[in-house]
Ligand binder design. Structure first.
Ligand code: PEP
Ligand code: MN
Length: 337
């Protein structure tokens, strides 16, 4: 349930209503919708007598929330939300492109990639320092050394950094280096990790689990939001289907559907969705045309020698071509890069 306050409600009116909500044993989640205060009611609502709230001073409406995910719902905040980080806005008219290697491998590999993706128009550098790998015998990342290299790349290029955090214990460390905390597909339902990044004061890139429904993705976002961290970016990165020629199947419809259900920004990951470099360009075009707020793409100076995900990594030249297409499609759908 949501209480929409009148545009001219005073701060005292808002405080009084919040006090009443709390006295009913409920939590109040306060947000702003173009100058009007919205108070989301969280807790056991079954026995609530709405009329006790409708009559309070400053209250315009008391609305039922239909969506089971409450804080992520468009019913709570019509949105779309924008997230601003050091001059980069995610979720606005401008698309955001995050690009970089799957794994941070060496100073040279990272710096070459960082300058190349910046030159082509990316504003966020991706790169894994802690890698969630299917086999324990494969490269699992450079750890803190990888984070240090990302910070160095940030200092030199001015790109923002997005990197994965895999456990609650790692959050304080990764927060020291990253502008955006990535929750990988395999950890989308690691609820203690979601709680931990919810408490961290950093935007979160939440990737859809490879076997997760859209509702499960939104409930995972809800974990982060419920700790007061409202900066959540959702990522459609493909789900597992019966298809085997591609690594995953991009759920293209999830993009416009998420935009209907939630005000949170939605980006697409055509690299993990397809697993094939040759498909990334076309699938990127499709994602932008479907309304994505941006892309996250794997780029490597020499994909054949990449320590992880080489088959889906683009060369800097291929990435520049994707950026060019992205500009054109963006224009066609009223966006810009
Ligand atoms: C990645 O971004 O390199 C990654 C492991 O992605 P996902 O969690 O979507 O598989
Ligand atoms: Mn990868």
């Amino acid at each position: 349930m949501i209480i929409r306050m009148k545009a001219d409600a005073s701060p005292e009116d808002v405080e009084y209503v919040i006090g009443r909500v709390r006295s009913l044993g409920l939590k109040a989640h306060v947000s702003d919708d173009h100058g009007q205060t919205l108070i989301g009611l969280l807790g056991q609502l079954q026995a609530l007598n709405q009329t006790a709230l409708i009559g309070l001073r400053g209250v315009e409406q008391v609305l039922p929330l239909r969506a089971p995910f409450r804080l992520a719902s468009r019913e709570l905040k019509p949105g779309p939300a924008t997230i601003s980080i050091d001059g980069v806005t995610i979720g606005g008219t401008r698309l955001v492109v995050m690009a970089g290697p799957c794994s941070v491998e060496s100073p040279d590999q990272l710096m070459q990639t960082a300058w190349a993706v910046k030159e082509a128009g990316a504003t966020v550098l991706r790169g894994g320092a802690f890698k969630a790998r299917t086999s324990p015998y494969t490269f699992r990342g450079l750890g803190e050394e990888g984070l240090r290299l990302l910070a160095e790349a940030r200092r030199e290029t001015g790109l923002l950094i997005v990197t994965e955090v895999m456990s609650p214990e790692q959050v304080p460390l990764v927060v020291r280096y990253a502008d955006i905390l990535q929750i990988g597909a395999r950890n989308m339902q690691n609820f203690e990790l979601l709680d931990a990044v919810g408490r961290a004061r950093r935007p979160v890139l939440l990737k859809r689990g490879m076997m997760s429904t859209i509702e499960e993705l939104l409930f995972s976002a809800e974990y982060v939001l419920s700790h007061g961290n409202s900066d959540v970016i959702l990522c459609e990165r493909g789900i597992r289907t019966f298809e085997t020629y591609m690594r995953n199947t991009l759920d293209i419809g999830a993009i416009p559907l998420l935009r209907e259900l939630t005000y949170l920004p939605v980006i697409a990951d055509p690299s993990h969705a397809t697993g094939k470099a040759s498909l990334v360009r076309a699938v990127s075009r499709a994602a932008i045309a479907a309304g994505a707020d941006g892309l996250i793409i794997e780029v490597h100076p020499d994909p054949a020698s990449a320590l992880s995900d080489g088959a889906q990594s683009l060369t800097p030249q291929q990435f520049a071509a994707v950026m060019e297409d992205t500009r054109q499609i963006a224009q066609a759908v009223g966006r810009a890069v």
